[in-house]
Write a protein that binds this ligand. Structure first.
Ligand code: MRU
Length: 364
């Protein structure tokens, strides 16, 4: 996607041919800046501090993290240690483990002197595949938005999304936002309700930033607004991303997604989940088994923002001493999911729906 007219991906190899550049998402929407990753530790820190976040981008960063680790030591032990370190950074997004498995497959059987090149080649391919996958998700999701547009008599199609599942969460295009970009580029009128997504505000800061940069009309709403909007018939459909979908179609996504799905069901609003194949965990049968990340309570008790002098500050918003809990994700049962938008097409939100699109799936 373009920022100030310049095309960007969220992660790329530098001209030196080995160090890796990322966009520092902790500084958005106020400052657009990049950070150079030069080691396994840099990559692990970028993921755990959420300089990079979003399931597919976490996977891509972990892949380059393995390549960076092998530059220091290309032994079997070092490969395993690197994968363990990276896997421990964030527990919920299965794309991280998928990417590490891919790296093991690409590197493990290579002679030591070929491992670094093999790792960089697979990491680059994971990034390219992600872009193409998301482009196809956009293509398949376009039809859903088009169908709504035909009923709207020239009025915009109102789409509600939660968290950030746009290009910043992937290598490019995004998952949930890919159909929206595609529709907007086709000249279909769309308007996006952007959930702020407390506690880290990925909606208010990242989704709004990227929709604005692409010229897509949008409105940021406080997290609890969605139900009211749906009752007032101001939402035509919901599209969200996901960090892990289990074999039965249950969906883990940013905390608060479940409540939107409940409100959607109560109001007869379609609730779609956009995802690439790497987000499906065929090893888990249902969502209750998904590990839910719990992060530092300070993300709940404090908030970051820009002061009038342009500096970025973090301020407390709760009484000193009040405990806080910070659950990062929740699980939306498959029964509340209208359908999945994938690179292979749109399918019902169920075990059968997934199995039809992925008859060739394997367990790890
Ligand atoms: O904690 P985050 O910001 O990594 O959470 C991101 C989400 O919940 C996204 O919706 C999900 O990763 C899908 S990204 C295409």
């Amino acid at each position: 996607m373009k920022i100030d007219g310049k095309p960007y991906r969220t992660i790329w190899l530098n001209e030196d041919g080995w160090s890796v550049e990322i966009i520092d998402q902790t500084r958005l929407p106020f400052v657009f800046t990049t950070v150079t990753l030069r080691s396994l530790e840099d990559a692990a820190k970028a993921i755990s501090t959420m300089q990079v976040r979003g399931a597919p981008l976490i996977g891509a960063t972990a892949a380059y993290g393995v390549a960076l680790a092998l530059r220091d030591n290309a032994s079997d032990d070092a490969l395993d240690r690197a994968c363990e370190t990276l896997a421990a950074t964030r527990p919920t997004a299965i794309n991280l483990r998928w990417a590490l498995d891919e790296m093991q497959k690409a590197v493990r059987n290579q002679p030591r002197d070929k491992r670094i090149a093999a790792a960089y080649a697979r990491a680059a391919a994971i990034c390219d595949e992600d872009v193409e996958t998301n482009r196809k998700i956009g293509e398949h999701g376009l039809g859903l938005i088009q169908a709504h547009a035909e009923k709207k008599d020239g009025e915009p199609v109102n789409i509600l999304t939660h968290c950030n599942a746009g290009w910043l969460a992937t290598v490019d295009w995004g998952t949930a936002l890919a159909p929206i970009y595609r529709a907007h580029d086709e000249g279909i009128k769309v308007h996006v309700w952007v959930d702020e997504t407390r506690p880290r505000n990925q909606g208010a800061s990242l989704t709004a930033f990227e929709l604005g940069a692409h010229g897509v009309p949008h409105t940021i709403v406080a997290d609890n607004t969605g139900g009211h909007l749906m009752q007032k018939r101001l939402v035509d459909l919901c599209i969200v991303g996901t960090d892990r979908v289990t074999a039965n179609g249950d969906v883990a996504n940013k905390i608060g997604t479940y409540l939107k799905a409940l409100a959607a069901r109560d109001n007869g609003v379609q609730f779609f989940v956009a995802l690439p194949h790497s987000t499906i965990d065929w090893n888990l049968d249902e969502g209750s088994a998904i590990p839910i990340e719990q992060r530092d309570p300070q993300e709940v008790t404090h908030i970051a923002g820009q002061l009038s002098d342009g500096s970025i500050a973090t301020v407390a918003i709760t009484p000193k001493g009040s405990p806080a809990a910070n659950y990062g994700f929740d699980v939306t049962p498959a029964r509340l999911v209208t359908g999945f938008i994938t690179e292979r097409g749109v399918t019902p939100g169920s075990r059968e729906g997934l199995a039809v699109l992925y008859p060739d799936h394997t367990r790890r």
